[in-house]
Design a protein around this ligand. Structure first.
Ligand SMILES: Cc1cc2nc3c(=O)[nH]c(=O)nc-3n(C[C@H](O)[C@H](O)[C@H](O)COP(=O)(O)O)c2cc1C
Length: 189
């Protein structure tokens, strides 16, 4: 199984990317092939709501998202890791999510029986604050992103109260949980 990791933080080596790397190790340990895409290194424009995908099932905007569509199709499992930005995912992650509207159209507008399905999905979120609702917006967004691309919302690791770059390394329990998340995404039910 191919596990696709999407790193949503613009901070290279930041908290969510560290956890993603652990999760990818876990997936590898469980026998998966892994591939990581650092979203901030690509150029993905926001959705322009042109409506083309409702007719063709494909996005008319030609940029690096075309490559991400093909990797999303190929993957058996997806792990999106993002910092919490204003109670949601980062802008880099949100641009990709909005562009998944093409896959949503293929599934729900065109009702293409060959639209991808049966993929596993996991979300890793890291926020600096400790509010009760810190992950609510992001989790809903990711859940419906996964629905659009044919994945379930199977696992999550949500870490509150971690802010400075790399500070997640001071919490070995979260590193362990991330590795376990990757392993279980591949081998669990
Ligand atoms: C633009 C911006 C918005 C943020 N918004 C929130 C927020 O709404 N809630 C929160 O708990 N932390 C917020 N943070 C803090 C980050 O989520 C936190 O620093 C996190 O550890 C960063 O993860 P990273 O190292 O993977 O980038 C924000 C940070 C930035 C730069």
């Amino acid at each position: 199984m191919l596990i696709l990791g999407l790193a949503g933080s613009p901070r290279r080596g930041g908290n969510s990317e560290i956890l993603l790397d652990e999760a990818m190790w876990g997936a590898k340990e469980a026998g998966a092939e892994t591939e990581k895409i650092v979203l901030s290194s690509l150029c993905v424009q926001p959705c322009i709501s042109c409506g083309a995908c409702e007719k063709t099932g494909e996005c008319a905007v030609r940029d690096d998202m075309q490559e991400i569509y093909s990797r999303l199709e190929a993957a058996g499992g997806i792990i999106l890791a993002s910092p919490i930005y204003f109670y949601s995912v980062s802008g880099f992650a949100k641009a990709v999510i909005d562009r998944a509207q093409a896959m949503w159209s293929r599934r729900y507008v065109l009702k293409d029986p060959e639209a991808p399905k049966g993929k596993k999905g996991a979300f890793i979120g890291v926020g600096a604050t400790r509010g009760e609702k810190v992950f609510e917006g992001a989790c809903l967004t990711v859940k419906y992103f996964y629905d659009a691309v044919g994945a379930g919302y199977d696992r999550e690791l949500l870490v509150k109260g971690v802010d400075a770059k790399g500070a997640i390394r001071d919490y070995p329990q979260y590193l362990r949980q991330a590795r376990e998340l990757g392993r279980l995404l591949v081998s669990g039910d």
